[in-house]
Ligand binder design. Structure first.
Ligand code: 15L
Length: 261
């Protein structure tokens, strides 16, 4: 089995690559930044917005993990080109190559302006907090389109905060551990149909439901709670009215729209 991973030089890909490595599986790493392939990996230096290059990279591929694109807010033109056009390029190249399975790295910022709630379902409609969030809502919509039109199996992961450790108090709710991220991707690679699922660990303080993840067989093992005493001692605990906790997207909702952060 060969999996094409876009955004392979990125932070999340670095956590995923060793965890997704298996005998009998080759990861084809695609990024605009050259990557050094390890065992059972091959590298392609290409731009996700270049249809011919992505189509070529799709040869002999069984599934796609689309993690490429900007991962934070940028000016509209950049978001439109790299994140929205780039996602269409990847899905269309997959379709043309007969690749029927695609996993999309969406984000909680597609729905960041929704107020915080308990166990919010992943069916929550888009309510983006940034142009970046708009691009993730568009990514989910494109995935839905390619599923309905062409029967492709597409899972969009509304990822929270994927990091080795939760970086702040908000992430006690939104953390996705690297191990759980790999477990989520494995479940998504085996799923059929179209799904949007939250990308979080089994955090005691989570705001988002794991039900849709369970539906595709995702069973998280980690919980950010073990980091809570140290994080709260260091940063204090934001009240429910603070932007970081009142709205799902946290600080993204109040930072300047269209600026490069
Ligand atoms: C995201 O979508 C970003 O890519 C990441 O850097 C984090 O900011 C994350 O959301 C988050 O909400 O913590």
């Amino acid at each position: 089995m060969r999996i094409l991973m876009t955004g392979a030089a990125g932070r999340v890909a670095a956590m995923l690559r060793p965890r997704l490595s298996r005998p009998g599986r080759t990861m084809r790493l695609l990024d605009i930044t050259p990557t050094s392939p390890g065992d059972r990996e091959e590298a392609v230096t290409a731009d996700v917005t270049d249809p011919a290059a992505v189509r070529e990279a799709m040869e002999g591929v069984d599934a796609v993990l689309h993690f490429g694109g900007h991962s934070l807010e940028k000016p509209w033109a950049d978001i439109l080109h790299v994140n929205i056009h780039g996602t269409q390029v990847v899905l269309e190249a997959a379709r043309q190559a007969g690749v029927t399975r695609v996993v999309l790295a969406s984000s909680n910022h597609a729905v960041g302006f929704h107020p915080r709630g308990e166990q919010v379902p992943a069916t929550l409609p888009p309510r983006p907090d940034t142009y970046y969030g708009v691009s993730k809502a568009a990514m989910e919509a494109l995935g839905s389109l390619y599923h309905d039109r062409f029967g492709m199996d597409v899972v969009a992961l509304r990822i929270g905060t994927c990091d080795e450790r939760p970086p702040d108090v908000r992430a006690l709710s939104t953390w996705l551990s690297p191990g759980d991220c790999a477990r989520l991707v494995e479940a998504a690679l085996a799923a059929t149909g179209f799904h949007i699922v939250w990308g979080i660990s089994a955090n005691t303080r989570r705001w988002w439901s794991l039900d849709e993840g369970h539906t595709i067989g995702y069973v998280p093992r980690d919980d950010a709670e073990r980091f809570a005493p140290a994080l709260i001692a260091e940063h204090g605990e934001p009240g429910p009215a603070a932007p970081a906790h009142a709205l799902l997207g946290g600080e993204f909702c109040v930072r300047e729209l269209g600026a490069s952060w």
